[in-house]
Design a binder for this molecule. Sequence first.
Ligand SMILES: [Zn+2]
Length: 211
Amino acid sequence: MIFKQIDSGGDRNFAYLIGDAATKEAILIDPSPDTEAVSEAIESSGLELKYLINTHYHYDHSSGNECFKVSKKGNPVKLINCSKEIEIKDEYTLKLGEIEIRLIPTPGHTPDSICIKAENKLITGDTLFVGKIGGTYNKKEAESEFESLKKLMLLSPDTEIWPGHNYGTRPSSTIKDEINDNPFIKRLSNFSDFLWLKENWAAYKKEHGLV
Ligand SMILES: [Zn+2]
C-alpha cells in the first residue's frame, strides 16, 4: 500500500493519498484547502485517482473537491460522503486493488463524520486528533462523539491514527498512545467527565501546560 500524508495548508490541514502499488488505483481524502500541494503529491506518486472521500463536509476539508473530479487519464472520480452519490450511514467497505478500505461512521463533530481504515492506518478527520478531539456545539453532539470514540477504541491498539489537522505534538499516533495520553480518551468510561473536559478545555490546557 502506498500512503502519503500531505500538508494541505489552511489550519495545519492534512490531506491523504492511499494507493494500491499493483493497480496504481488511489483514494484521495480531504484535498483541501491547498489543492496545489495535493496535485503535486498525486503527480509525484504516479497514481490514478478512483475515489475522493471527505471525512466530513466542513469547507476546510472539502473546498478542493472540484479540482479532483476527473483523474489524470480523464476518468470520473467517485465522490464519497460529501455528496449524495454515496452517503455513509452504516459501515461501508470498498476495494482498492487488493486493499480493503473500511469507512466507519463516527458522528459527533458533524453528523456526517467518518473515519477511514486502510490496513492498520485510521484516518480520523476531525473526530480524533493527536492528544485532542474534534469540537462539538452541544450536549447531543458531544454524546454522539463520545459513542463514536468508544467505538474507535475497540480497534487494535497498534492501529495508527492519522488526523485531519496537525494539532498535536506529532503528526500521527496510535490507538494505544491515545488511550494512554489523550485526556478525552481517558474519560470515555464516564460521559459527565468527558463533557466536563470539553466545557473546561481552555482552562485544563492552561493548567496542564498544553498547547
Ligand atoms: Zn471539521
